[in-house]
Design a protein around this ligand. Sequence first.
Ligand code: EPU
Length: 421
Amino acid sequence: MLQSMRIIGGSRLTGEIEISGAKNLALPALVTTLLTDQKITLKNVPDLADIRSLLDLLEHIGTDVNYIDKHTIELSTSFIKSVEAPYDFVRKMRASILVLGPLTTRFNRALVSLPGGCAIGSRGVDLHIRALELMGANISIENGYIKTNVNGNLVGCDITFSIATVTGTENVLMAAVLAQGTTRIINAAMEPEIVAFCDLLNKMGANISGAGTSIITIEGVEQLHGTEFEIIPDRIEAGTYAVAAAVTGGKLLLRNCQYNHLTSFFETLTRAGITCDKTETGVTVYRTGQDIAPIDIQTAPYPGFPTDLQAQYTVLMSICNGSASITENIFENRFMHIPELSRMGADIAIHGKTAVVTGVKKLTGAQVMATDLRASVSLVIAGLIAEGETIVNRLYHIDRGYEDIEKKLNSCGANVERFSV
Ligand code: EPU
């Protein structure tokens, strides 16, 4: 049954929100089980639909999954039943592509469905494929599947990415840790999730240096071993609630949030007139004056302004004092929230990859829906400030990436409720 969320606008959010573990680290971290026959224990794994989808895929491959508690998972993959990631798994969640590198390097073959288009753009995986080919994998595309096989071992080499791809960097890292010799990833992604991911692989016995810079060097090792690892806080979840505090004129302590993982975002909010104070336990966010200043942004790979916070930031600018331009440089189709925000009274014009947002005095409630995670959550935030009732349909998008969202919002004074339709 489909679920929707009813939001009655007008409450100021005040209090504390505990930030969950980072989805975009937990996903590749789960996949590291494919690199060793020993046990991997992950703590602070967020309880999300995307995590469950990936666990289903790992179980299909042959992983033994054991929940110790809601956020602690033990995984063991001593042998595999299948090297296949079928279409139905990959279609549901693109991050399934992450099994390509580890299956190819440890089991010498993989059969992974091509993800195809997704709501936010075409999102190719050509860079993942090309990198594995450079390392010596034979790769063909057959019946919509990527088929890899390797004679002997993958061999380390220099891989220069034309785009600093996040999951592409993770796939190559996993392939290279068990490859023969040295691999260098040039123009590697530099996100905090990549740095933490390399920490995890190094704890498993890998030899990786340079994480967090644009060149990562991996010396291949014979084998990896089990370990225990804690997932870092989700900076995108934190940024989302920061916007919720700012738009409602409330004050929230984002517990566990690491300011330095979101510096460009918090600096932008600060310029817009929002106070973002780093504290011992997290970051406190509140609006200091009446007005929100219009501040232009452009999304960029880390350390730039994150594409995953662009939709939420658009809501903030929709009630700013002037006009701001928002340019989306990472994905070609990530403005799906805009027609819906316009239906709520926002004044936004799209010119190619730039949206010009002119602040309005108020938004009004409406029935809305969006087709990706971040666009959907931006509509919830808009609902928090809209006059009257907003219904956000197709909540499953939000459940892919926000743990206990209505509980977290209501504990700070929001009036939101989930219902089935
Ligand atoms: N690209 C290619 N070819 C490739 C790989 C990427 O053309 O082989 C393009 C993509 O189409 C896109 C750009 O490069 O235009 C950057 O994509 P990237 O590969 O970095 O994205 P991703 O790894 O698929 C991750 C996150 C996304 C986040 C992006 C950008 C995970 C599981 N997903 O995706 O998260 O938006 O990086 O930061 O880590 C989300 O959480 O809502 C989300 C979409």
